[in-house]
Design a protein around this ligand. Sequence first.
Ligand SMILES: [Zn+2]
Length: 417
Amino acid sequence: MTLTVFAWTVLGLILLKWAAQLWLDHLNKEHVHAHAAAVPDAFKEIVDEPTYKKSVDYTLAKARLEQIETAFSVIVLLIVLFSGVLPLAFHWFQTHFGSSAWSSAAFLLSVGLGLSLLGMPFDWYAQFRLEERFGFNTTAQKTWWLDRLKGLLLGIVIGYPLLVLMLKIVEWTGRWWWLWAWAALLAFQLVMTVLAPVLILPLFNKFTPLPESSLRERLMQLAQRTRFRARSIQVMDGSKRSRHSNAFFIGFGQFRKIVLFDTLIQQLLEPELEAVLAHEIGHYRRKHIPKMLVFSALGSLLGFYILSVLAREPWFYRAFGFEPGNVAHAFLLFGLLAGVITFWFSPIMHWWSRRYEYQADAFAADVMKEPRSLIGALRKLNEKNLSNLTPHPIYSGFYYSHPTLLEREEALNRPGR
Ligand SMILES: [Zn+2]
């Protein structure tokens, strides 16, 4: 197939993104190497020599795997887009299952599942070789395969009806379909934020109420002090999969529950756990979650609008060997290509998310009346998770949603914070 101007542009964008990723990786690797010889002064109090060395090795090992994975996915994307395999597969699909919305949705889902299947060996390697080597992996093979199976079934049970609905909306509503599709997706997402904690999370993890204890007492008092109404504090068996740790809350209004990883409870002292929870409550009190939801809703509105414009243009389909007319193909191409554009916006998104992290940190230090507990918690979490303490600033701009440990400590210790 001969490439059209648009196809050449897409090819250029894909290669440009890849080049940028390689350059960022290179930059970061140099930066880590430059600080690898000895623990930098700023971290002498925080980590010992062997742990620091291990965090450098972990960072570099992850970067190597990510590079291979990126190269692989770029090659797959190029083959999928430019070999003509997609129109061929669709033709086969159409001859066997017709060209209804139901059949087109099944085609889209199959392509999506096929692509995620191709990425599975990398996930497996990351978990059972890389994470294993650095002592993080606690997942049993059986759990891992069951997780994949559950994910696949959920993808079909939830994804398929949603795709059918989207394609039906195009049929039903005409010119303004993108507005309707956006509204439907939004409604779906809102329903899912309520249902997922109840229906989906328990499929993967066990949640048990935190038993009566001084810790529970302390956390409940914190919730009261910060006017954070929570029905209960739950402990999640994160240790079933990994030694990495976390805390979050789920649900809305009176159904809200605080969730702590069991690994977090093992790693932190009581005041540190309180500070971590205070940080999470800070996100809530500062209304970060609805703000993020509004922002992502506006983002998807823009996405749907652009998709609707592209879906009207015959050159959009022909560039990749499709006959114009079936909007499902526009959905597919848009899904495959959106990443080459959104990648460039990640520094803005992360800048914004880091601002929220600082605000939540400040909130935690305020309600704790001291920054030490949070700093203690952050230090331990960085150490236990072998976080890269010295990422290159440009690299972290593209990939880090949280400020680095040093940045957070500086902000917390700033006088007059
Ligand atoms: Zn946070």
